[in-house]
Design a protein around this ligand. Sequence first.
Ligand SMILES: Cc1ncc(COP(=O)(O)O)c(C=O)c1O
Length: 363
Amino acid sequence: MKINIAAPQIGQEEKDAVMEVMNSGMLAQGPKVLQFEEDFAKFIGTKYAIATSNGTTALEVALRAHGITEGDEVITTPFTFIASANAVLYTGARPVFVDIKDDFLIDPDLIEAAITPKTKAILPVHLYGSACDMTKIMAIAQKHGLVVIEDACQSHGSEWQGQKTGSFGTGCFSLYPTKNMTVGEGGMITTNDQPAYEKSLLLRAHGSKVRYYHDILGYNYRMTDLEGAIGIEQLKKLPKFNAARQKNAAYLNEELGKIKGIIVQVAPEGVTHVYHQYTIRITPDFGLTRDEVLAKLTEASIGTAVFYPLPLNRQKVYEDLGYKPNTPIADDLTAQVLSLPVHPGLKQEDLEYIVKTFQEMAK
Ligand SMILES: Cc1ncc(COP(=O)(O)O)c(C=O)c1O
């Protein structure tokens, strides 16, 4: 590909930080992870942060730490990466899918109708680097006594009305290489809830506070100090990375927004978007289908991706569990979405080439 859909931004600072840990001989979870957790909590604006092995384990630990278990229901979106709902299944609880709005996010006005006596939590996903309407979601949660676990795996630094995602309920982040910041593979939980924090520490490390004494059934979901050291450096650069993504998205919105049949990705009212993905909709007015556009961009050596081609309630693994398609807006949008490169490594000429390729397709 001439232009990749994602490009991890690793500099000399990360390389030096890894070498320092290598030379220390202390590779497993240690002081670097602790510092990374402190820095991350400060950035998000929570009292606590707990580093884990990836975003999926962050979600599982957060759900378990809040007592989600067999027989419970957790309300979430079907328009997300499968880990959002699988983490619920791991606990023995059942995800309940609520449809989205045309901003790709769970429709808060449909949540209350999905609440049953078994509902224990709401798990909104701040997809693509956006932010859900946390005013409405927190009000519903409070009214019904529900826990809120935010899937912030794609939203490092995004804000709802000036407050960071991951700081409203208990937040879960992924640090996978395509994300706005990375450590390789890693995750982070953010919370102000002290009992959930303490339980998360136990769950992450085999239920152990004192070495070789185990209080509860836990796991090995730890982060290494090599990853912690990378995370410290990446977090320092995150505001700059996000600003570059916002600038790239603004240019694409301006130029692609002029083309008939393309709906560009404008941040919803109240959202500071960090454009983890820049996702447009190819509507019938464009003249070519989404898949035809995807093929033409691939031919032009421009990396693209469809996030996501199938809503979760249509995935075989969920069909086999008895789920039925019941989210028509998610169905419609999966047929139209196309994500384009927006990462901080793009040059102005790359952006111009993407726009020119679309202009030629539209002729
Ligand atoms: C919305 C969402 N949730 C959860 C995850 C899981 O994170 P990880 O891949 O780090 O396990 C991801 C990662 O892609 C994600 O995008």
